[in-house]
Design a protein around this ligand. Structure first.
Ligand SMILES: C[S@@+](CC[C@H](N)C(=O)[O-])C[C@H]1O[C@@H](n2cnc3c(N)ncnc32)[C@H](O)[C@@H]1O
Length: 268
């Protein structure tokens, strides 16, 4: 495994993600919700982890500590785990070695600037990272460019409810918890963006991402004052909002869940 450091991160635009995720890379490497959850199970099913499909070249965008790349490694000849944050790639390298994965490459690049030739990739994946991409439209353009005709784009990410007021609440909460957050988009908006680029969604799934407030705010080092303000906002949110996110107090913590959309779309 080598770290292919492409200096194409674009005018320091990725700095927020690097500032948030760099110091916390080791924490993400042990985060239960990232190691395994319903969204990863959907991804595994869709890439045919049972052996139904086999890909030559796969690329995982915003790979974090690499858990999606590791799943894809089992069904690909070669997978490139890519991320804008270098310390995350060090975690991927370490965990990949521990798991005995030998067909994994590393690349430091933004999802918006992929260092691959057009029409060269069979599978592009991304899990719980697209809501951090500064320019999601550009990332989709890039996925469309690098994929072979008939290749698959498989994304899993938190999404916002179609109700605009509840979507706004969710994005405000996310941004206060993590200043690198960009947007949880509505499924209808993502569908439009995919169709506009000639992608056809061939399968999809709606798992939930189950979270606990205390661990979730600790992971991004939210200040004590903002943590308490966020806690109040969860508990005092309108009933429809609490229902949409399954908000439930548990002792001194709050259980809640984000809706997630997992899709596989084929390039036409
Ligand atoms: C929550 S982690 C991803 C988790 C991981 N995909 C998994 O399955 O466990 C989000 C990652 O997105 C990366 N990221 C944020 N903006 C990015 C961008 N524009 N391009 C590439 N990676 C980005 C961050 O550095 C971080 O490592």
């Amino acid at each position: 495994m080598s770290l292919d450091n492409q200096d194409n991160q674009g005018n320091g635009q990725r700095l927020a993600a690097q500032q948030v995720f760099g110091p916390q890379a080791a924490v993400y490497a042990t985060s239960k919700v990232h190691i395994r959850d319903d969204s990863l199970e959907s991804v595994e099913r869709m890439v045919g982890a049972g052996g139904a499909n086999r890909y030559r070249w796969a690329v995982d965008l915003g790979t974090g500590a690499g858990f999606t790349a590791f799943a894809v490694a089992g069904v690909s000849d070669r997978v490139v785990a890519s991320d804008v944050t270098e310390p995350m790639l060090r975690q991927v390298q370490r965990l990949g070695r521990e798991r005995g994965i030998t067909n994994l490459g590393l690349s430091q690049n933004a999802a918006e600037a992929l260092p691959f030739a057009g029409g060269s990739i069979d599978l592009v994946t991304s899990r719980v990272s697209a809501h951090h991409f500064r320019d999601f439209a550009k990332a989709l353009d890039e996925a469309q460019r690098v994929l072979k005709k008939g290749g698959s784009l498989l994304m899993a990410d938190s999404v916002a409810p179609e109700d605009d007021a509840i979507a706004e609440w969710m994005n405000d909460i996310e941004l206060r918890r993590d200043f690198s957050h960009v947007e949880n988009r509505q499924v209808s908006k993502i569908q439009e963006m995919l169709a506009g680029r000639g992608f056809t969604v061939v399968e999809n799934d709606y798992p939930r991402i189950y979270l606990r407030f205390n661990e979730w705010t600790a992971r991004t080092k939210v200040s004590p004052e903002e943590t308490e303000a966020l806690r109040r906002d969860f508990l005092e949110a309108p009933a429809a909002t609490r229902e949409a996110f399954q908000v439930a107090p548990v002792h001194d913590d709050i259980a809640f869940s984000w809706p997630c959309w997992v899709f596989r779309a084929v390039k036409g």
